[in-house]
Design a protein around this ligand. Structure first.
Ligand SMILES: *Cc1c(COP(=O)(O)O)cnc(C)c1O
Length: 428
């Protein structure tokens, strides 16, 4: 007998869906609707969303302005699937992205639309870097996360994910990320030495891939100077710089690209998650024109450039990126959030709690996974959806929609505050 749609019953998920499911375990209700920064379950309980689909919903759930164009497009028989045939929707997206995002920054890139996931884009970037340089090694960083398909997994640090590969994830060498040994050690000096020493044991890499703020790895943010040093090392040694802006991009740290603040000019940029603006699958590689050594169809895929997602992505560019308004609001709200998080950490009287991150990509480091888990569970009971990250899941990761209104943001922070307070009282 089918389950009633007002029950929050998880039994179908437990019996029919694979054990691989994860978020439905952390948030054990059945969600039915969402708008802006709010989620609603089958019983009508409403939750504030500080998860935002792990960074997919920067502009909130079901953003009406972005959906409006998509509905019109569907009703007018706009093409939804066209492999990688030329479509009006794709032309419009590329021209607008070039005009609104790239040209004002003095950036020149060609567009490659791989399959729709972030990992698809990372795979394409790694393959292209190897093909164009003729080298095989890629340097990645401790705590880096770039996806779980085999090539992307090889540059992902987490042992839990790597252990599931079934074959040794190959082709990557890990170097210490900024701050890995503490704030006073500049790990780019170590990288420099490894690259310049012909006997370091590390082959000259095709590329270095990095996140400017490590999302899954624990909200570790790299300093501007460190990023600039890494870019300079890439230039000096003929190594390609790949910035994985899948989670950090589309305004999460303030400006459209997370590397704008450091003035980087990466050879390849990968985008996905919030790119479509409404949660439709879409990913993109931006590559310097001279790297475009692909033969026609050499890297293929059925879903290259989802036209409906391209329509909403273009609408997002028009709505949010023609002016500086959104960027400024993200920086303001980010300051409010980090200030409040600092107060929460201090109020907990647990000296191990600390705040990290940039823009509206912030983390409350609880130092143990258990403490973070208890806080997040209590917060969910009180109506806040928020997840954890880091090697031991010890960091509470706050990714509210960038468009969240001030009052809902405060309410979410209040819930977190109470949870930290209550749980800290119980945990000696
Ligand atoms: C989510 C993510 C990916 C992988 O994207 P999928 O769509 O899950 O394959 C890669 N890199 C970063 C930084 C991410 O946050």
């Amino acid at each position: 007998m089918p389950t009633e749609n007002n029950s929050n019953s998880l039994s179908a998920f437990e019996t029919l869906e694979s054990k691989v499911r994860s978020y439905s375990r952390s948030f054990p209700v059945v969600f039915r609707k969402a708008a802006g920064a709010l989620l609603e379950d089958e019983k009508g309980s409403v939750y504030i969303d500080f998860l935002s689909g792990a960074g997919v919903l920067n502009y909130g759930h079901n953003n009406p302005d972005l959906l409006h164009g998509a509905i019109q497009y569907l009703q007018s028989n706009g093409i939804v699937h066209g492999l990688d045939m030329a479509t009006s929707a794709k032309r419009e997206f590329m021209e607008q992205f070039d005009a609104i995002i790239l040209r004002p920054r003095g950036l020149t890139y060609k567009f490659q639309f791989p399959g729709p996931t972030g990992a698809n884009a990372v795979e394409a970037a790694l393959k292209l870097a190897r093909k164009t340089t003729g080298r095989h090694t890629v340097i990645s960083f401790t705590n880096g996360f770039h996806g779980v398909s085999l090539g992307a997994l090889a540059v992902t640090g987490n042992r839990y994910y790597r252990g599931a590969a079934g074959v040794p994830p190959a082709g990557a060498v890990f170097m210490p990320y900024d701050g890995y040994f503490g704030a006073d050690k500049d790990t780019s000096k170590y990288l420099d030495k490894i690259l310049s020493d012909a006997s370091s044991g590390v082959d000259l890499p095709a590329a270095i891939i990095l996140e400017t703020v490590q999302g899954e790895g624990g909200i570790n943010s790299a300093r501007k100077e460190w990023l600039q040093s890494v870019e300079w090392l890439c230039r000096r040694n003929g190594i390609l710089l790949i910035v994985d802006d899948i989670q950090t991009g589309c305004g999460r740290t303030g400006s459209f690209f997370s590397f704008d603040f450091a003035g980087l000019s990466p050879d390849i940029v990968v985008l996905s998650k919030s790119l479509s603006g409404v949660g439709l699958p879409l990913s993109l590689l931006l590559l310097k024109p001279e790297l475009d050594v692909w033969q026609p169809g050499e890297h293929s895929g059925t879903f290259r450039g989802n036209n409906l997602a391209l329509v909403t992505a273009t609408a997002a560019l028009h709505k949010y990126w023609l002016t500086e308004k959104l960027s400024q609001r993200v920086l303001e709200k980010g300051r409010i959030m980090s200030e409040r998080l600092r107060q929460i950490a201090q109020g907990s009287r647990n000296p191990l709690l600390s705040v990290r991150g940039r823009g509206m990509m912030l983390g409350l480091d609880c130092s143990t996974g258990k403490l973070a888990e208890n806080i997040v569970r209590k917060a969910f009971e009180d109506g806040l959806v928020v997840e954890r990250c880091g090697a031991d899941d010890q960091v509470i990761k706050l990714l509210p929609p960038l468009t969240i209104d001030g009052e809902t943001l405060q309410r979410g922070l209040d819930i977190l505050d109470i949870s930290v307070h209550e749980i800290s009282k119980m945990t000696p």
